[in-house]
Design a protein around this ligand. Sequence first.
Ligand SMILES: NC(=O)c1ccc[n+]([C@@H]2O[C@H](COP(=O)([O-])OP(=O)(O)OC[C@H]3O[C@@H](n4cnc5c(N)ncnc54)[C@H](OP(=O)(O)O)[C@@H]3O)[C@@H](O)[C@H]2O)c1
Length: 286
Amino acid sequence: MCRWFVVKVGFAGLGVMGFPMARRLLEAGFQLKVYNRTVEKALPLKEQGAVVASSPGDLASDVDVYITMLRDADVVEKFLIGEAFFKARSGTIFIDMSTVYPDFSVKMASEAERRGFSFLDAPVLGNVDAAERGELKILVGGRREVYERVLDLLRVMGEPLYLGASGYGSRVKMIVNHILITTVSNLAEALALTRSLGIKPETIMDIMGKHPTGRALEYYWNRMLPEKTRAKFYIELAAKDLMYIVETGVRNRQELPMASSALQTYTKASKTIPRKDYTRIIEILK
Ligand SMILES: NC(=O)c1ccc[n+]([C@@H]2O[C@H](COP(=O)([O-])OP(=O)(O)OC[C@H]3O[C@@H](n4cnc5c(N)ncnc54)[C@H](OP(=O)(O)O)[C@@H]3O)[C@@H](O)[C@H]2O)c1
């Protein structure tokens, strides 16, 4: 007998993050159905036993849980309101793990519930390496009883943290990404200044070594210094997240000058190097 409360899972979005998350679910024994716009990315999972759906709507038929790990809120809305909500059976639990903005998560929860579904916002902290190891931090908002029904499923992908009502997972994600992306932007600017002043980065790393900020500096400069860094989190996605963060600040009457400044840098970089790792922002600061 299967030990899972939830057995049949639909997973939409097999990008950098979604692919390893979906693979972990498959390997844990869930009956997995997947959908990705670029169908080739689904083929390795098909070989491992997943069923490949032909559309976001097709993915919704005959699943207990429908997970989205998509680029942004517009794409999630297109998948769910545009298609999946028409095909899902009553009681289906939708879990959006994409990074979106809190008001969007609240809106989607209400749209889902008025159609007889459940909805959790569950964005994640951690990169592709954490996704592969099942070590993401999963920031969950929504009804606690729904969260408890999918706890075992979430645990396959990482450590679930229940944060409150709908939108609270996305709220916390906004704060976490504010810290991460403005830190990278700040450290890239300091590295550009270091180079402009003819100082070796190693000199600064040595001096800052024991300072509390030294660890972050060493970690991120070591990602920025090589000309080639594997893209784990795209510049265009960091720009999208900063846009959501700044808009969330505006809606809550909170000034965010650091995030606004970083948004300008990342927006500019998105025009030329959208698919480089977000630490490669250094390239436009040269
Ligand atoms: N990378 C990270 O370290 C990280 C960490 C935490 C959270 N996140 C968040 O997780 C989400 C996914 O990120 P990722 O790094 O996996 O990005 P990604 O590799 O670019 O994957 C994006 C996914 O969205 C799909 N997609 C994009 N635009 C679409 C459209 N117009 N119609 C249909 N499908 C579309 C892509 O399909 P195709 O394959 O066809 O392009 C792909 O499945 C984002 O919200 C991101 O902010 C990322």
